[in-house]
Every structure is written in structure tokens, then in C-alpha cells.
Design a protein around this ligand. Structure first.
Ligand SMILES: NC(=O)c1ccc[n+]([C@@H]2O[C@H](COP(=O)([O-])OP(=O)(O)OC[C@H]3O[C@@H](n4cnc5c(N)ncnc54)[C@H](O)[C@@H]3O)[C@@H](O)[C@H]2O)c1
Length: 252
């Protein structure tokens, strides 16, 4: 396992699912973790689980769709731990499962505000600090919906494609500043977001599972390990990539 001792890690949406699993994995690997989430109860629960591991963590309430919140959350991270080594821009929403003509302007605007603008705001604040420090690592959560179309998810798909564009461009702009920026693209992974989709119709789970060559959904811990690998110093040559964590889906 890579060693992240004393590396300060800021993770949005770390109150649940992939974000929580990633926060715990970084803490287990020695990192100090700041959990940023709109859901205070869940965010504090992640902090409590990290403290039980004997590691350091803080919670900060943050709506990633609000640039002031994001700036304050990154500032809080510096105040608490003195620096920012790793930014994991994971907070996201699933949005309405409906065809394009049935998505309202509000559905569209909220989706882009959280899943795309949120990543932009986070990267701005994180990279400003990393430039001062002389380096850092960033991983953005895209999706298989960032590399292919997904029926009944046009706003989500647009936002996740956008996240990959932001990732590649930031990687190129800051590679000579010792800042690496990558994305992960999970297929359906067990989490609150996916449970909501599964529960929307009786055969949904089987239908989704059948489409995945490996024959099952991902686990948040599996996505977390890919994120840690992307951030590890042993992986110093990797930047600007969107890594598919999809049980073979996009290989076909
Ligand atoms: N689970 C999957 O199948 C899957 C697949 C591909 C990509 N993803 C992406 O992974 C990320 C995490 O998803 P998950 O499945 O763990 O979902 P989740 O619903 O379990 O967790 C999302 C977390 O983000 C927080 N959040 C939501 N809106 C926020 C906002 N505006 N500001 C701050 N926090 C906010 C929630 O409170 C929650 O704690 C998302 O970006 C999602 O799009 C998930």
C-alpha cells in the first residue's frame, strides 16, 4: 500500500459512498483528511470513523456549487493542517432519470452547478494553493458517462464529459508545476446514489448488472484504491488520464 503519511487530503462528498471509502483509505494510508460535504451528519460520521482509526480528520460544511463555500473549505484545510497535498473532487448528484426533453432547465442547471462547476471551483482553489507549495495531486470523479452516452442521463453525461475536459486541460497547464491531475470513471458502484436508481424500478438492478462484463457492480473501496494509486508518488508519470473503473464495460 502506498504511504500517504502526513499528506493533507481534501475530499468533497466524503460523507457517503465513494467519497467516504476514499477518505478512509487515505486515512488508513497515513493521510490527514478534510471531509467536505453538504450533509453534516454523514460528514461527521466519516470523521468519527477516521478518528477511530487513530488518524486525524476534520469536517467542513461545503456546497461545491457555491464558489465561496469551496474557497472557505480549502482555506479551512490550510488553517487546520498547514498545507494541501491532495484534492479529491468527488461530490456529485445523480440527477433525474429521464429523457432529454423531460429534463427541466432547473434539472440541467443544478446538475452542471454541482457536477461540473463544483469541480472547476475546487480545482481553482486547490491549484492556487498547490502553486504556492510547489506541487500536489488532484483526482476528479467522472464516470463511464464521461466517455460514452447514457440514456436518460443527458445532464449527468454532459457534466461528466466536461469533468474529463477540465482534467486534461488542468493537467497540461500545471504539469510543469509538479501538479498532477487525473480522473476516474466508475461504472455503477454501490452507493446511496446508485441505490436510489436501483430502487426506481423492480428490474433495474439486473438490467444494469447485465451490461457490465464482470457481472457485478463496483464497490466504493475498489474505486478508492484506484484514486490512491493515481495520487501515489510511485505513479509520478501519470497525469491527464481518465481511468475506467468499469468491470470491462468500455473495453467492448
Ligand atoms: N456510484 C456510482 O455508480 C458512480 C459511478 C460513476 C461516477 N460516480 C461519481 O462518484 C461520485 C460519488 O458518488 P457516490 O456514488 O459515492 O454518491 P453518494 O450519493 O453516495 O455520495 C455523494 C456525496 O456527495 C455529497 N454531495 C452532494 N451534493 C453536494 C454538494 N453540492 N456539495 C458537497 N457535497 C455534495 C452528498 O452529500 C454525498 O455525501 C459522484 O461524483 C458520482 O457522480 C458514481
Amino acid at each position: 500500500m502506498a504511504d500517504f503519511s502526513n499528506q493533507v487530503t481534501f475530499i468533497t462528498g466524503a460523507g457517503s459512498g465513494i467519497g467516504r471509502a476514499t477518505a478512509l483509505a487515505f486515512a488508513q494510508a497515513g493521510a490527514q483528511v478534510v471531509v467536505a460535504d453538504v450533509n453534516e451528519t454523514n460528514g461527521q460520521q466519516t470523521v468519527a470513523e477516521i478518528l477511530q482509526l487513530g488518524r486525524e480528520a476534520r469536517f467542513i460544511a461545503c456546497d461545491v456549487a457555491n464558489p465561496d463555500d469551496v474557497e472557505k473549505a480549502v482555506k479551512y484545510t490550510i488553517e487546520q493542517f498547514g498545507r494541501l497535498d491532495i484534492g479529491i473532487n468527488n461530490a456529485g448528484i445523480g440527477g433525474k432519470y429521464a429523457r432529454l426533453v423531460d429534463q427541466t432547465f432547473d434539472d440541467w442547471n443544478r446538475m452542471l452547478a454541482v457536477n461540473l462547476s463544483g469541480v472547476f471551483y475546487c480545482m481553482q482553489s486547490e491549484i492556487r494553493q498547490m502553486l504556492v507549495q510547489g506541487g500536489g495531486k488532484i483526482v476528479n470523479l467522472s464516470s463511464i458517462a464521461g466517455v460514452r452516452g447514457l440514456v436518460k442521463a443527458a445532464p449527468y453525461t454532459a457534466a461528466k464529459h466536461g469533468v474529463i475536459g477540465l482534467t486534461k486541460t488542468a493537467a497540461l497547464e500545471y504539469v510543469r508545476h509538479n501538479i498532477r491531475v487525473n480522473a476516474v470513471c466508475p461504472v455503477y458502484t454501490h452507493s446511496a446514489m446508485v441505490d436510489e436508481l436501483i430502487n426506481s424500478s423492480p428490474d433495474m438492478e439486473n438490467r444494469l448488472r447485465r451490461a457490465i462484463p464482470i457481472g457485478r457492480f463496483g464497490q466504493p473501496e475498489e474505486i478508492a484504491q484506484a484514486i490512491l494509486w493515481l495520487c501515489s508518488d510511485e505513479n509520478a508519470f501519470c497525469t491527464g488520464q481518465a481511468i475506467q473503473m468499469d468491470g470491462g464495460l468500455t473495453a467492448g
